[in-house]
Structures are given as C-alpha cells and as structure tokens.
Design a protein around this ligand. Structure first.
Ligand SMILES: Nc1ncnc2c1ncn2[C@@H]1O[C@H](COP(=O)(O)O)[C@@H](O)[C@H]1OP(=O)(O)O
Ligand SMILES: [Mg+2]
Ligand SMILES: [Mg+2]
Ligand SMILES: [Mg+2]
Length: 357
C-alpha cells in the first residue's frame, strides 16, 4: 500500500503543537510581569513564546534533522547575562513539556522523555533562524501567535506549517482558548486544526488531537448584505477603517468579529463565525507580514474550500524569505465572494486616491 503523503510530518507537527499548547496554558496561569519582555519592534514576548519554540524545534530537529525552520523567536536576548533568570525559567518549562506524559500517536518516537541542557534548548530556539527561500523543505513556526491576546486571556494560537518549494503542504494550528463547538461559545475550549494539501482540513480537540476529526467547510454563500468580516483586535496590526469602508461598499450591516491570531483563519474555516478575513497594512507602519503568521491558516482555508490571496488577488508567496514581502495585505474567503471583495478593495483604494476619505 502506498504511504499517505506527509503523514509522519502531520503527526510530528500535531505532537509538537499539542505539547506547546499545554505549556502555554500552564504558563498563563502562573505568568508574572518579569516573564514578559518587549522586543526591539515593541511587541511583547513571554517565557511561553520562547519555551514553546524550544519544544517544537526540539521535536522537529529529532524527527527531521535536515529540515530548516523559520521561527519567530531567537535566543539572543536569553544568551546575555541579564537574560539569566528568563533563561532558567524557559529551560524549566521546556523540559516539563518535553518530559511530561502526553498521549502521542502510537509507535512514534520524537526523542521525548529526556531533559535538555540550557545550551541545547537555546540552540533549539535558534534553529528557527532560517532565512527562508523558494526551494526545498522548511517549517514555519509561530510559537505563540497573538501574544497580546495570550496576555489578555483571549485568543492566541500555536502555528506550525511545512512548506516545500514555496507551497504549504501541512498546516497545524492549536487554539487553547477557542471553543470546540461553534454552537456553544461558552463550552469546552481547546481546538486543533489540521490540514494537509489534497487531503482536506479537520477540526479536532486539543484533548483528542488524532483521528478523523470534523471536516471543515468554509461558508459557501452569504448574501453580501450579511457577510461578516474577521479582523485583528489590534488597530496597529490591520487597518480597521479600511475594512469598514470595504464593508460599506458591499453593503453589509454586520459588525466585524475581532480576535487575535490565526484563530481568525480557524473560525473562518468552520464556516459560521465569519465570512472574510481581511488584513490591510496600516499606512505608515512599514510592516511586512511574516510567513509564520499565514502559512498554516492559508492551507486550512484552501483545504476547507476557500481561497487566500493578497489584496490585489495574487497568491501569497511563501518562498520569498521570512516575510510575505511581495504581497500587499491578505484576503481569505470563499471562492464565490473573493472577486467581490477584491473589487470592493480596489474601489475603496480609488476613492482614497481621489481624496474621498
Ligand atoms: N505592526 C504590525 N502589523 C501587523 N502585524 C503585526 C504587527 N506587529 C506584530 N504583528 C503580528 O501580527 C500578528 C497578530 O495579528 P493580530 O493582531 O491579527 O492577531 C502577530 O503575529 C503579531 O505578532 P505576534 O506573533 O508576536 O503576536
Ligand atoms: Mg511576537
Ligand atoms: Mg508570535
Ligand atoms: Mg504571529
């Protein structure tokens, strides 16, 4: 019998994401102020981001020693003398996650069960330094996507994707604070989203992350007057005003559903909590989107029957380095709504040019 493509990669990614999610949840309840620092770009990073990256990269290095990793964090601040306290805490947390008992898929060995030295774990974090590029295999990792949401106790996600020759082949997203049942927003939390190119997309729970799961299908048709936008909570991350103008052009009366992180792609893929994820650059910020913020989510949407492009309708290029430097904005939605969104974006841009806003 022919092997199922990317099955080992899928199980390794699930195992890594489940452990990283458990780690972040346990840190949240115990996090103290000194365990959060501000990076040069003014964004926060916590002991949970660093230790989750150490755990995922340790598992990937064992399972696929030749695969490079594009990960968000790096250990340079932790190697400085003033990083000693943070470093000790990260080593402790990462080892708890690597040696703790979590149900894995049978008959696999991800090199778990033994504690690593501080040196090994900092090196594991720095395995994420790969520059990316168009050719070959690489993993893209965001150990905590939506760190601000994590700190607020709201949505965040652990996101891992395998990219081969610029194409995302496997995408796994764990959302510890996302409700499992769309009809019960206050019910059980802890969801897992898994997509493999050509094999569909499923939702599972963090407590039972293997098996068939629930097949995901993006909402296929909503009248334009009732479509609901998904957008960032943080106004500095995506242009809320622009989205509102696109919504006005389309004539929708729904208020946007705001949440942090790639949880937006996840809820979009379940087809009920939103119809379009629109992320336009905030003018003047000069920010370039990172591949680890979109790789898993983009595959999830495609495998759930939707489409992901930039605001000009071009495919996202995951092979141009650590950023989506060739793209402008992100639009994820169903195939039937997509052209209408791209058209409305152009209309708002044209109106901006002639000074209507
Ligand atoms: N100025 C910025 N513009 C757009 N995205 C940003 C900016 N600064 C950080 N991000 C990243 O945007 C993503 C969050 O988007 P959202 O607000 O939609 O949840 C995160 O990956 C966040 O990084 P991080 O992974 O550190 O949280
Ligand atoms: Mg960050
Ligand atoms: Mg992050
Ligand atoms: Mg992120």
């Amino acid at each position: 019998m022919a092997a199922i493509p990317f099955q080992v990669e899928k199980y390794a990614a699930i195992s890594a994401v489940v452990r990283a999610c458990a780690l972040t949840m346990s840190v949240f309840n115990r996090l103290v102020k000194s365990e959060t620092v501000t990076k040069d770009d003014k964004s926060p990073v916590t002991v949970a981001d660093y230790s989750a990256q150490a755990v995922v990269n340790t598992i990937l290095a064992h399972a696929f020693p030749n695969d490079p990793i594009v990960g968000e964090e790096d250990a340079s601040d932790l190697r400085k003398p003033e990083g000693a306290l943070l470093r000790e805490r990260i080593v402790e947390l990462a080892n708890e996650a690597l040696t703790g008992i979590v149900a894995d898929k049978e008959n696999v060995n991800w090199g778990l069960g033994k504690a690593r030295s501080s040196h090994e774990l900092l090196d594991a974090i720095d395995r994420g330094n790969y520059a990316g590029g168009p050719v070959g295999r690489m993993w893209a990792l965001d150990p905590i996507d939506g760190t601000k949401g994590f700190l607020r106790g709201e949505q965040y996600a652990v996101c891992l994707a395998l990219i081969v020759d610029s194409i995302v082949q496997v995408g796994v997203i764990g959302c510890p604070n996302l409700h499992v049942d769309v009809s019960k927003p206050d019910g059980e939390r802890g969801t897992m989203f898994v997509a493999v190119r050509g094999q569909g997309a499923q939702q599972l729970s963090l407590s039972s992350p293997y098996g068939d799961g629930i097949p995901l299908r993006i909402s296929s048709h909503s009248p334009l007057s009732s479509i609901r936008f998904l957008e960032s909570v943080e106004a500095a991350h995506s242009a809320h005003g622009f989205n509102a103008r696109v919504a006005a052009v389309l004539g929708t009366s729904q208020s946007p559903n705001r949440m942090d992180s790639q949880a937006k792609y996840c809820v979009l893929s379940r087809g009920v909590e939103g119809d379009v994820y629109l992320r336009m650059p905030v003018p003047g910020m000069g920010y370039q989107e990172k591949i680890w913020d979109h790789a898993s989510g983009a595959l999830l949407i495609q495998e759930a029957g939707g489409i992901v492009s930039d605001s000009l309708g071009r495919p996202l290029n995951f092979g141009s380095g650590r950023t989506l430097g060739e793209n402008f904005g992100v639009v994820a939605t169903s195939i039937d709504i997509h052209p209408k969104i791209i058209h409305a974006i152009r209309q708002v841009q044209d109106e901006e040019k002639i000074g209507k806003f």
